[in-house]
Structures are given as C-alpha cells and as structure tokens.
Design a protein. Structure first.
Length: 202
C-alpha cells in the first residue's frame, strides 16, 4: 500500500476524506467503508456470514433512522434467516396510499468470498475506495440512502421514495428480493419504478 492510501479506522482516514471530498461525499465513503469492513459472505453459506449480514443491515438501519427515515425490518427466523430492510420517508409513511406510487431504489449487502487477503480491510487511494463489496454493492447502498435523503430534503417528491435492501443476493436469493416482494404483495404495496444499483448486471 502506498503512502497515498488511507485505511479505514486509521487516524488519517477521515482527514484524507475531508481533504478530498465535501462533507456529504465523505459521509457516504465512510458508511461504505464501515459496511465493507464487515464481510457478510453468503457464498459459501455459513452462520458467521449470516451474522455479519445481519450486522451490516443493523448499521444501515441505524444510519437511516438517524437521518429521519422510517424503517421496516424483518426479524430473521430459522425459516427466513436473512434480514431485509425497507426504508421510507416519514413524510410518506409506509401505511400511506402514497406508497403505491413509490419509486424504489434496490440493493444488497452480502458478498462472495474474498480472492486475496486484506479485501475486508477497506482503504481509500485517491478518489477510490478499495474493498470486497465496495462495488458490488455496499457503496451503492450507502449512496442510495444518502442521495435519497438529500433529494427528499431539497425536492420533496409527490409520491414516495423507498429503498429496499436485501441480505440474500449472492446465493440462491430465495430469502432476499423474493421475500421483499412477497411482503409488499401481502401488504398491498407496489413499486412503480425500480432502480437497481447493481454494477455487475448489464
């Protein structure tokens, strides 16, 4: 690692971000690095990986609630072990009819195995964050949440903006997006437009 690299958790990390980015972008990079520091490997499946996915979901939940979002969180069970989060703005409560005109931003928090040592030890070099999951797709989740908060603050939409986050995408994915869609169908909800921040799909 060169002298221009700054590892998450080191004293120089935040100073490096402050010198290069504005405060909003620095906050997104910090959240991304925090998420990437917890592996959350679901391929191959393991109890440790599942526990880490649950931990990263809690990180996003806590961040979202601090920034004024309403959160629906499914508590994992033996039959449905993976968590999912649905975030919405308090101006558009999930019980409101407005949710039926929702624009949805969709992401996931699980990753595949690292290919080399140190991939779960995030660092920034120049403008780039390096870590397993930074591209696919923990940074996408962080950016979605932060951008949606900023958008609703400055340009409140007529309908609802929601964010759905799954912890089961890399594996069989039967307890991820499928579970979210099943929940929405049971609740009588629907998404009008979806944006998936998944960089590895054409």
């Amino acid at each position: 690692m060169s002298d221009a690299c700054h590892r998450y958790g080191d004293p120089g990390f935040e100073q490096a971000l402050a010198a290069r980015f504005d405060a909003d972008v620095a906050e997104i990079v910090t959240l991304s690095a925090e998420l990437c520091s917890v592996p959350g490997v679901t391929v191959p499946a393991s109890d440790e990986g599942l526990a880490e996915v649950i931990r990263t979901a809690a990180m996003v939940r806590d961040w979202a609630e601090r920034h004024g979002l309403a959160v629906v969180e499914r508590t994992p069970t033996a039959e449905e072990p993976f968590p999912f989060l649905i975030l919405a703005f308090k101006e558009h409560d999930l019980d409101s009819p407005d949710i039926r005109e929702a624009i949805a931003l969709i992401g996931h928090l699980d990753v595949v195995q690292a290919k080399s040592d140190g991939q779960f030890d995030p660092f920034v070099e120049g403008d780039d964050l390096h870590a397993r999951g930074a591209t696919d797709m923990k940074s996408g989740v962080a950016a979605f949440v932060a951008a949606a908060v900023d958008f609703v603050r400055t340009t409140p939409p007529e309908g609802a903006v929601i964010i759905t986050i799954t912890g089961d995408e890399e594996g069989d994915a039967v307890d991820g997006t499928v579970a979210i869609l099943d929940w929405m169908e049971r609740e009588g909800e629907a998404m009008r437009v979806c944006r998936v921040g998944e960089p590895t799909c054409p």
